[in-house]
Design a protein. Sequence first.
Length: 348
Amino acid sequence: MKETYTALREFGSAFLGPALTVYARAVEKEAPGKLPVCLAREGWLLHQLLTHLYDEGLIHLDRPPVYLKVSRTLLFRAMLGEAATWDIALKMEFEGTVLELLMKRFGLQMHEAYAAMPPEVLGFTLSLPDQMDEVREWLTPHAERLKQQVASTREATYSYFQDQGLTQEAVVPLMLDVGYSGSIQKLCTRFLQCDTAGLYFVATKPGQQSLGDQVASIKGVFREGVAWKENYTLLERSLLLECMMTAPHGQVVDIRQSQDGDYLFFYGREASSQRYYQNLEAVLEGARDAVTEALRNKVTYSVGEVEALYEVFATRRGAIPQAVWHLFTADDDITGNGMVNPLKIFGI
């Protein structure tokens, strides 16, 4: 048992430590005047790490980081029925029926979908993004009924964002995540009606992007402007990172607020990293300690060094120790793929 724990910690130190060291320094540089907001499941580790470094005086931040328990599914649900939502939600790949799209991407329950849409429309098959315009035409006439189904979610989500400090006029949220196109940041920008900044491991579309009257500024730490299928391993095999940098809960699919003001979170399916979170915690402890040691001793890594190290782990058989294999599954329901195992997908 002790040997397994040691192997997990050492893997976390080697696999995540260098990249997170570079990223933490980039956050410190980008954060002045902003509120660091750690997003979604990967944000769980980022929040724990940045809070620890901030408390230890190893990085300077004007404001302590907050963790925003959010997901694309939650925001798609909260903003369902709004024309602007289709621009983001329908560009992502998906194969299935309209009913499956509403349940897996927008977080609707079956009875909610049938309450808002005619059964014959729900049975239509679709392929996104190829049929994006066609699907928009199917959904738009039912927008008001869809909005009614998610009214409680929309209200609770806004209240939650407000309590986390994201609606203060003088504050620009700095969204922190692995990446890559900034879809959650863009949705937050629209939802909050405020300018936002985003800092990612890799930014496929960096720069300032106008969303109505607001602007989302997007930056990448390791690479900017790279596209999928260009053989950039840190992007192409980023699912390995996402499996390790994850929260003890599954994907948030809904929020409700009780009468006493407490928030009730509803989650999607658990991946193995959630079922065996005590093992993943050892990985994350190793990563945190590695970053702490690096900052304390002023150890630096170049972008090239981080990329080369990740290339080894992500492409060579045997580089990822067997003690960690069981943690590599991910919930990819939003694309209709269900649970996926990147070790099998990438053949490592």
